[in-house]
Design a protein around this ligand. Sequence first.
Ligand code: IMP
Length: 433
Amino acid sequence: MPSIVIVGAQWGDEGKGKVVDLLAENASVVARFQGGNNAGHTIVRGDEVFKFHLIPSGILYPGTTCVIGNGVVVDPTVLTAEIDGLRDRGVDVSNLRVSANAHLIMPYHLMLDHAHEAKLGKLEIGTTKRGIGPCYADKASRLGIRVQDLLDEKILKQKIMAAMEPKRLMLRPFERDPALDLHAMTEQYMLHGNRLERHIADTASLLHRALDDEELVIFEGAQAALLDIDHGTYPFVTSSNPVAGAACVGSGVGPRDITEVWGVAKAYATRVGAGPFPTELDDELGEDIRQRGGEFGTTTGRPRRTGWLDIIALRYAARINGMTALAITKLDVLGGHDTIRVCTGYQTSDGAELDTFPYHQTVLHHAKPIYTDLPGWHEDITGCRTVDELPENALGYLRFIEEHAGVPISLVGVGPARDQIVWLGERSPLLAA
Ligand code: IMP
């Protein structure tokens, strides 16, 4: 059985959760490897809607072990609330495992995230304000608190003291906040430790066993290629590496353990937060896509910026991830237009034309999209389940994406429900009949 990494191919919110959910049923393990509760996905199961921020959606399958890997940053308040919420709805969470090496989001990380953004003013990044950046910064500074530290009060207190010391000045506006009191914080986090202890594990070894036994392992990415701290539109990015390579680092497996990389992209593009977005539609059409696609953040509720599909950015994402397949979601949202536009080049401020993603921030900021127009379709495709049922122009659009992104499309989403998908080519052997 292969192992598959599922990654976002644009700016996030592509519907990775739905793809993971489809594969998770037959998976032995679903593992997250980066990000934190800045992510969010919605899974529709019959009449029930589940919203996840930290726990992999595989938790809905009793036989699937869900791993929160070492590369994830964990807010224990959010994690324990998510566990409670699932338990209240009758979901068994005994198969959840949290890496002892994962870093913890502390109350001061949330405060610093707010403070940094406020300080940037108009230049703000538009973070989710969940403390993600400051937590990864502490990890890199060797001042992080890890999940395993929750099991030793003395060490926990010492580490919190050491971590807060260099932040004193920045934290001054919050000094009266009771959440910053060292004793209260230590006590609160020890309580979290108590609650989480049964889930804390050596998750790398667990993954090694599953891979050695040739079981299906899914690595669930959060955010997306263009939000990658190294390869995205820096500084308007998240603080981790959402690209497929990070599945190894963030979970403790090697590159040879990965067999497939599936990129998930919407049939159009969206972005939350600030930063360049060449195909943005700042008009009625953009608003129409936002409303029809329900483009409002799962985590923050913010309206998402919307635009046409950017093939240059998608081809770049395919390359840096080493994608073996693409899943295209929300194709139904794009129906009802006479013409569908796809960005197949950029014009730079000095008039040059590019067909690759520019490495220089300034070039990208001023890049104007060059569009190829394709015929749209007016049929309702939400009931389509096979390729033959798709309107010719919808299929033509998909073939255009395959050709220009250089990656075959494995499946297409035509609605939010689990069964609203069309397999292109071979139906995945990973799924039961
Ligand atoms: P942070 O990850 O909270 O630090 O936010 C940094 C940037 O990443 C901001 O532009 C956020 O809007 C964006 N971001 C973080 N997580 C997600 C996500 O799950 N979907 C879409 N954008 C995200």
